[in-house]
Design a protein around this ligand. Structure first.
Ligand SMILES: *[C@@H]1O[C@H](CO)[C@@H](O)[C@H](O)[C@H]1NC(C)=O
Length: 158
């Protein structure tokens, strides 16, 4: 990609930035089935209730890393369905937008959106849950598995 001469001219800082950028893409290499298991852990609970946000998020160890420190995840959505119904969206859904992996469901799902309350500090993550019914969901599919939840009211340019 780069000749040796070009590389020599790139300042060290630049190289480090490139390495960081490459690392941000590291999770692309995780096997889709493992990502699907992680998706299920974060986003699927058939009998989810709004009052269970704090408990489920804690039990399932759902958090984010910020500068190598665990922080409360700002929003986490639970789909009230079976894993098989969610994974079938990968085949039955409609392609969404230009990015080939985004799929919009044709079937509708009830969801519980857990939103972090203000001034919460990990591990005391307190959420307010809201139930939404019959929503179209947008997911990322890889190798036929849902690997990323993208929301319930995304715009697709098609
Ligand atoms: C899952 O899919 C089956 C078969 O289409 C359907 O009968 C069932 O109601 C679905 N379950 C939920 C929770 O949506």
């Amino acid at each position: 990609m780069f000749s040796f001469q070009t590389l020599q001219k790139i300042p060290v800082v630049c190289l480090m930035l490139m390495l960081l950028a490459a690392c941000a893409l590291c999770d692309v290499d995780i096997h889709p089935h493992d990502q699907w298991l992680s998706f299920q852990k974060k986003h699927i609970k058939k009998d989810m209730e709004i009052k269970r946000c704090d408990a489920e998020i804690k039990k399932r160890s759902i958090f984010e890393m910020k500068e190598k420190v665990k922080v409360c995840k700002p929003v986490n959505t639970f789909i009230l369905s079976e894993a098989s119904n969610v994974s079938s969206v990968c085949e039955s859904g409609e392609k969404c937008g230009e990015d080939g992996n985004l799929i919009k469901s044709k079937t509708r799902f009830d969801i519980v959106v857990c939103r972090l309350n203000k001034n919460c500090k990990y591990p005391e993550c307190k959420y307010t849950g809201r139930k939404l019914t019959k929503k179209i969901i947008i997911i990322d599919c890889k190798g036929g598995y849902p690997v990323h939840y993208n929301g319930n009211n995304y715009y697709c340019n098609n």
